[in-house]
Design a protein around this ligand. Structure first.
Ligand code: PLP
Length: 487
């Protein structure tokens, strides 16, 4: 019945022949295992797809579980805990804020930590942004980005602009607008029938290692993708397009895939040609995750700043539930000279405790020089991964298709060739590392023939060399076990 409800998007997403709809079940995503354990365990009273161990406390990247055992989190939840758990500065800031002011409604009052945090956010990229709106997470940030972009054109008297162009194999969040934007078949599947197919359209991802043609240079590949975007504008009617939306570095669908050099300048140029907005989703890849700089787009050399940007995860570092939308001067001016304010509002927006916690996380990043440490630790992690997984004598090397990333955001993509595993390799790997006391994210790929299973590592920016050694050792042993068992 679900498939019958979804003819439009299925056709649209299948225009890229190598990307397949997850036909059998949503369980092709390792994070959405079949709910057998879930239904068996009626003691679990909140949403979780399987019975996980219970975390009782945490320090740095170690969780202590209810049975007293400790496990290592190599992916910061989902690239969230950027300074590790239990930081005394953040804990104190949250306690102090609870004592002072626990809540005020941002439609009626603002508060000191929210204002200080907004000021800091603008300082991270001088000139690029003029205003900030706070929300409670990544999906909300993308939802707000979509609404802000639409409101901008409404304000400047271009109400005919109703279309967004985003990319296949993208993930922008699980609320309806963000999911309509997302090009991730297995996450969309159940909801296709109620997603908005009129306003949300998709073009190819920038995923060179899989989709660059044989003999094609990076420049030619980028030119092809820019032409595809231009063609999509033409197909929809250039003056009907609100904007092009992309993750600066793709996270949850393909694992830390950065675009080839020149891609973002080329895509932004197409947007500018037609007066549309260039919108970046840095919910996962931003707030220092790529090392050296706060925003991922600042790390690429070409420094192409967006008209609108969403951030979340690392903004609160897991201590508080926060996301934000950043507005460029162009967008802020449009809103200011129109209605005067962004219509979007939530009860818990710019929450004082949340803002105080986030501000403290940002203070720790600055005081402990964690952007530099993230870049350095990332280089070490990458070198250890390459040395271990790609070693000539390694039994896992034949199955490692790619190791890519930056900062502390690393993806390892697998390719099994003709070999098969009883469940997607990514799902097996995630379970195997957990058995050995290591949390990672690993997923089944969305490519034809089950290709593209990947694992993601994203430890906190203050991870030590010893901790990296442990992560790589357990990760490698887990892959080795699976190779011995199934391949
Ligand atoms: N956008 C991107 C790029 C993400 O990776 C995610 C989550 O993984 C989201 C949006 C949604 O964020 P949240 O889970 O905080 O709602």
């Amino acid at each position: 019945a679900f498939l019958k409800m979804a003819p439009v998007a299925t056709a649209e997403l299948s225009t890229a022949p190598a990307i397949v709809e997850a036909k059998k079940s949503v369980a092709s995503n390792a994070a959405a295992e079949p709910p057998s354990a879930y239904t068996k365990n009626t003691a679990i009273l909140h949403r979780t797809p399987y019975q996980p161990p219970t975390a009782v406390s945490a320090e740095g990247l170690y969780f202590t579980l209810a049975d007293g055992s400790r496990i290592v989190d190599a992916v910061g939840g989902a690239a969230v805990t950027c300074i590790g758990n239990g930081n005394p500065v953040v804990k104190q800031a949250i306690k102090d804020q609870v004592e002072k002011l626990s809540y005020c409604y941002n439609m009626q009052l603002t508060n000191e930590p929210a204002e200080a945090l907004a000021k800091l956010m603008l300082e991270y990229a001088p000139g690029a942004f003029e205003q900030v709106a706070f929300v409670a997470g990544g999906s909300e940030a993308m939802e707000a980005a979509v609404k802000l972009a639409r409101q901008y054109f409404y304000e400047i008297n271009q109400p005919q602009r109703t279309n967004f162009i985003s990319r296949q194999l993208s993930y922008h969040g699980n609320t309806l607008g963000a999911l309509a934007l997302s090009g991730h078949p297995s996450r969309r599947k159940v909801y296709e029938g109620i997603l908005n197919h009129d306003s949300f359209h998709h073009v190819s991802p920038a995923y060179a290692i899989r989709f660059k043609k044989a003999g094609e240079t990076d420049e030619e590949y980028v030119a092809r993708l820019a032409q595809e975007l231009d063609d999509k504008f033409q197909e929809l009617g250039p003056d009907t397009v609100i904007g092009f939306v992309a993750e600066t570095v793709v996270g949850a669908t393909t694992g830390c895939v950065a675009a080839p050099k020149g891609y973002f300048p080329a895509m932004k140029a197409v947007c500018e040609k037609y007066g549309a907005l260039f919108i970046l989703d840095e919910v996962m890849s931003g707030m220092g995750r790529m090392g050296s700089k706060m925003h991922a787009w600042q790390t690429f050399g070409d420094n192409v700043s967006p008209d609108i940007q969403a951030v979340a995860k690392g903004l609160g570092g897991g201590y508080v539930s926060i996301g934000a939308v950043l507005m460029s001067p162009r967008v802020a001016k449009g809103i200011r000279e129109g209605s005067g304010y962004f219509f979007h509002g939530h009860t818990y927006q710019a929450h004082p405790i949340t803002a105080a916690g986030s501000l403290a996380v940002q203070k720790v990043i600055k005081d402990d020089d964690l952007l530099t440490k993230c870049a350095e630790a990332g280089e070490y992690l990458a070198s250890r991964l390459r040395a271990t997984l790609l070693d000539k004598s390694s039994i896992v090397a034949p199955y490692v298709f790619d190791i890519r990333g930056g900062g502390l955001f690393w993806g390892i993509e697998f390719e099994l060739g003709e070999k098969k595993t009883p469940k997607p390799f990514g799902a097996l790997l995630q379970a195997k590392t957990m058995e050995k006391g290591l949390i990672i994210i690993a997923m089944a790929g969305s490519l034809e023939g089950g290709k593209g299973d990947y694992a993601m590592l994203a430890p906190p920016y203050n991870v030590t060399k010893e901790e990296i050694d442990t992560i790589v050792r357990i990760f490698n042993e887990s892959v080795e076990d699976l190779v011995k068992e199934y391949l």
